[in-house]
Structures are given as C-alpha cells and as structure tokens.
Design a protein around this ligand. Structure first.
Ligand SMILES: Nc1ncnc2c1ncn2[C@@H]1O[C@H](COP(=O)(O)OP(=O)(O)OP(=O)(O)O)[C@@H](O)[C@H]1O
Length: 210
C-alpha cells in the first residue's frame, strides 16, 4: 500500500507524540479519539498550519518542511471544524477556494451541481448569511469538492448535520473522492460514519500530561 503521508517521531508541544504513523493514498482514513486528544492538531500538521517541534512528516516521500506552503495547500486542503462562511453570496462562497488555484472557474451548471451534491436547495445569488448552520457546513464541503485537491482533510465535517443528511453528504463526498482516486482523511466522532466509510482507522490517544 502506498502512503501519502508518513510520520516518524513527531512531537507537538505536550499534545502529540507519534512514534510512527502512515496515511494511505487514495483511501478513506478516519481519525478517531476522545475529545482533546489532538485530532485537529494532527490535521493541522498535515497541511502545515502548524509545524511539528520534532520529527519528520513526509508527503509523497518528501519532507513537508521542504515543500512550498502554497503548493502544499493546493494539494492538501483542510476543512476546519467550524465552517468558514464569507460575507457575500452562495456563489462567492463556492468560488473563494479557487482563487489561488490553477483550476478553471466552474460554469453555472457545475456550481449548481455542487450545491445539489450537498443537498442545498438555495440559489447561487442567495446571501450566504441566510443559510442555516447545516447549510453553511454543506456549502463549505461543496467549496472543497470544487477545489478537488489531492488530499481532503476534514475536521468533523458533519457536526452540524443530522444523521440522515450526514450519511448522504459524506457518502456523496466519498464517492467523488474515490472516483477521482483522491485521499480523504476525516476526523469524526461518528461510529456510523467510521463503520460505513473508513478503509483505515487511526486512533489518537490522549497523552498523560507529561
Ligand atoms: N497551538 C496549540 N497550543 C497549545 N495547545 C493547543 C494548541 N492547539 C490545541 N491545543 C490544545 O491541545 C488539545 C488537543 O486539541 P485538538 O483540538 O487537537 O483536540 P481534538 O482531539 O481535535 O478535540 P475535539 O474532538 O474536542 O475537537 C486541547 O487541549 C487544545 O486546547
């Protein structure tokens, strides 16, 4: 199995101490573990929002310290736990992730399809401030899907969604990611999501406070 990320001796403050960890390419990996154990911190290390204090993180065999941060974040996109919705329309919120990418701007039909994929029944010109919490989360997921990165890092992507919606949206996302041969790394507390979609599971354990 090819690994897209490989971690050795990684330490971050007193939060993470990872002897060795592999994240397989083109698979769905679920990261589980109790609250405060460092799951979000682990995702942030993978796209260099933060840097490890010690150890080595390889992305496709290359140390992420040696990869230009912008170039890394074009390939490794993180969707944070609380979805960020910007002032403006739904359309602007879908397109905002693409501004630093080299991808073509999607046409109207692709944007509407992206909304359908996440089951948001709103117009593209709707003010995004009017969306419900769950709709905001789904628009943020659609934004990442349009960016179509090589690696999706999702931090509890369905925390504002009910169970049925969660299964539908994440199922749709997993299908797309798999069709395109991409890698999905998802922090989740949901046993249902993990049992339905995980091909690889990483448990992050809370440290004893040393
Ligand atoms: N940059 C930082 N500096 C110091 N402490 C931090 C930093 N980032 C996070 N922490 C602390 O590290 C611990 C782990 O946080 P993290 O958000 O990674 O946990 P988590 O497993 O994702 O939790 P949850 O499931 O509740 O979202 C928390 O106690 C948090 O307050």
């Amino acid at each position: 199995m090819d690994n897209i990320f490989s971690l050795k001796g990684v330490k971050f403050k007193s939060i993470l101490d990872i002897e060795s960890m592999e994240i397989p390419a083109a698979k769905v990996t679920c990261i589980i573990g109790e609250s405060g154990s460092g799951k979000s911190t682990l995702l942030k290390l993978l796209n260099q929002i933060i840097s490890a204090d010690q150890g080595r993180i390889l992305f496709k065999g290359k140390s992420i310290e040696d990869i230009d941060t912008i170039a890394l974040r074009r390939q490794v996109v993180m969707l944070q736990q609380s979805p960020v919705i910007y002032k403006g329309t739904v359309r602007e919120n879908l397109l905002i992730g693409l501004q630093f990418s080299e991808l073509q701007i999607p046409n109207e039909e692709l944007l509407l399809q992206a909304l359908r994929d996440v089951n948001v029944k709103k117009q593209l010109d709707e003010d995004a401030a009017n969306l419900s919490g769950g709709e905001k989360q789904r628009v943020a997921i659609a934004r990442v899907m349009l960016m179509d990165p090589e690696v999706y890092l999702l931090d509890e992507p369905s925390s504002a969604l009910d169970e049925g919606t969660e299964e539908f949206i994440i199922g749709c996302l997993v299908n797309k990611v798999k069709q395109r041969g991409k890698t999905l790394v998802m922090v989740t507390h949901s046993k249902k999501l993990t049992s339905s979609f995980a091909e690889h599971i990483i448990e992050v354990k809370k440290r004893g406070g040393d």
